[in-house]
Design a binder for this molecule. Structure first.
Ligand SMILES: CC(=O)SCCNC(=O)CCNC(=O)[C@H](O)C(C)(C)COP(=O)(O)OP(=O)(O)OC[C@H]1O[C@@H](n2cnc3c(N)ncnc32)[C@H](O)[C@@H]1OP(=O)(O)O
Length: 208
């Protein structure tokens, strides 16, 4: 492994870059549409915008999109794939990922996260710090499980849904696409597409 392009020069990008270093990537270069306002992220250089990366994908062994917004992350991931880039996943060495689980490309698994047996994670997912996803869960594309959230067995999470920090979801629940589950929520019922829920037990909230 040698040269990795990371799109998204943010706090999330920094965490991802450290995991990449721990995974043995020797050269990491950032890209971000805020360039040239941003040319440096901590010790890493930021080299250009989306088109710059598209035109230089052949110089990299892989790319990774480090954007927190689920829909934008998926869109950029697909853009770079269609342009011929090779996506990689990045797994922190302290994470426990079952050998019977499946992670699609472009997923970050942060420190101390647990991915259980026979669980699948779609492309461009974020499995954040110290969260647990138990057995037989199915996460579609671009899902974000925030730090400290816990999913029991057999939970399904739809495309681009965001499970907030410290939320819990009981077994066999289905959370549809584009859902937001608020911080600390306890989800005991299925959640329909596009809704936001929060509280214990989780109920619909109306966000401004
Ligand atoms: C490494 C990282 O940093 S990863 C990121 C981790 N961060 C998170 O997980 C954050 C999760 N975000 C939240 O929980 C947010 O509160 C959201 C996204 C659910 C809502 O945020 P906003 O869009 O700003 O909504 P807003 O603050 O207007 O709240 C709307 C209503 O829902 C309530 N509400 C919002 N969040 C919650 C919550 N977590 N639990 C209970 N009630 C909540 C508000 O009190 C408000 O109620 P009201 O209408 O009676 O006044």
């Amino acid at each position: 492994m040698s040269k990795l392009a990371i799109f998204g020069a943010s706090g999330h990008g920094k965490v991802v870059a450290e995991i990449a270093e721990l995974n043995g990537w020797s050269e990491i270069v950032f890209f971000d549409d805020a360039w040239p306002s941003i040319t440096q992220l901590e010790g890493w250089r930021v080299n250009g915008v989306t088109d710059t990366l598209i035109n230089s994908l052949h110089e990299f062994d892989a790319f990774f999109v480090a954007i927190g917004n689920n829909a934008i992350r998926l869109d950029k991931h697909i853009t770079f794939e269609l342009a011929g880039g090779k996506a990689t996943s990045l797994i922190h060495p302290s994470a426990v990922v079952s050998k019977y689980s499946k992670l699609a490309s472009g997923t970050a698994v942060m420190a101390n996260a647990v991915v259980g047996a026979f669980t699948s994670v779609g492309k461009a997912g974020i499995i954040n710090t110290n969260c647990t996803i138990d057995h037989d869960c199915k996460l579609e594309e671009a899902v974000h499980i925030s730090p400290g959230a816990n999913l029991a067995g057999g939970v399904k999470i739809g495309r681009c849904s965001w499970i907030g920090i410290g939320a819990s979801i009981i077994q066999q629940i289905q959370v549809d696409c584009n859902v937001i589950v608020g911080a600390g929520a306890v989800v005991i019922n299925d959640v329909m597409q596009g809704l936001s829920v929060a509280g214990v037990p989780a109920k619909r909230i109306h966000i401004k």
